[in-house]
Every structure is written in C-alpha cells, then in structure tokens.
Write a protein that binds this ligand. Sequence first.
Ligand code: ZN
Length: 107
Amino acid sequence: MVARKELRSSIVQEEKLPDVCSVKIELGDVSGIVADSLLFCFEIIKPGNSLRNAELRIKKIPFVLFCNKCKIETTNTFGIRMCDACKEFDTKIVSGTEMIITEIELK
Ligand SMILES: [Zn+2]
C-alpha cells in the first residue's frame, strides 16, 4: 500500500500535472459500480496529488431498452432486458451500463 502511494506521488511529480478542479463521470444505473463507493474511493486517493482539491461529479444514467417488437424505449430498475410494455426480451440496451469520464477540469 505504501509503495503504491509512493509510486502514484512520484508519477504526479515527474509529470508535473496541473491541479484538477473537477472530474465529471456518467454512471449507468446498472453499470455495476455504486456511486457512493466511487465517491468514497475518490476521497481516499485525493491527498498528496493533483486531485487534492478536485470534486467528483457523477451524473446517473438510467437503464433504457429499445424493444424490437414495440419499437419504443422502456426502462426498468432491475436491469432486466425485458420490455416494460410487452414483456418481450427482444431488446437492445440503449443506456445504463456505462461509466464514462466526460470531463476533467484543470486549473
Ligand atoms: Zn415491447
């Protein structure tokens, strides 16, 4: 653990990275990543590097399906690929499984 922290600090110093103001992430509802856990881990890695004053902003993205039978988009909170209107499983995932860093704002 100590070695990892030292490695991380030396990389930041060598690269002379500017301070980060904020990091924006789009996080799908069924991405498998818990937003609160991500925020907790972000706070742990901040001290001693360019993230020290950074804020992590998470935009949650709903789980949306396109039904090939109904030709409509539906959603469900359980992450099951079943159309909420006709209960068919012939669907395509439109959104909700992603984790995308959309912006890193530097000083
Ligand atoms: Zn349908």
